[in-house]
Design a protein around this ligand. Sequence first.
Ligand code: DX5
Ligand code: ZN
Length: 230
Amino acid sequence: MVKLAPSILSADFSRLGEQVQEAIAAGADWLHVDVMDGHFVPNLTIGPLVVEAIRPLAQAHNVPLDVHLMIETPERYIQAFAQAGANILTVQVEACVHLHRTVQAIKEAGMQAGVALNPATPLIAVEEILPFIDVLLIMSVNPGFGGQTYIPTSTAKIARARAMIDRQGLAVELEVDGGVKAHNAAQIARAGATVLVAGSAIFNKERSVAENMTAIRQALAEVDSRILNL
Ligand code: DX5
Ligand code: ZN
């Protein structure tokens, strides 16, 4: 089954707890938390305090907190996010001079390690780190904001990432983040993604969190059933 990771970036922050509960009740597999520093990306968002605040809700239902650092020198914040309760900590490959050391530090702090790639960063940048990580995150928009349009060439990149993971015989999760909606979820899953992040497609004013998640799940059902029938 392809996992769904609602990104709280698009949630109504005046009632964040409720929104997190809605996503958990609707079957969120992971909760995706977007951390931005105003340097690596133009936007500023949230830090360890918010992770700590939603941790009890996530832990009560065994939903991993998937924290995506879009920040410079992310190694400075590994301990802070570990203490706040992050389960998976993902760093951008472009922000790490000593990526292997950073990945080791994340694991030593008791978390799973993820590495993210911007749309213009070639997959070759993660070939050597792949055996050491738990999650490979393909950005399908330029990071910084929710609600952007999926970059169509991402699908071919996801398929190449799938092949790279399989070629090395690894069990790395292949996560896709940016512009994921009900209309493109199936194509992304078919290319080999195992975790889909969705922000504005899940938290919006048009429909409830549960309705939005059901719509994406329905789009994925066809792909899941085909995989099960193999
Ligand atoms: C983008 C973030 C994403 C964002 C996705 O910089 O990394 O996680 O929340 O939002 P949507 O699903 O609206 O593109
Ligand atoms: Zn993200």
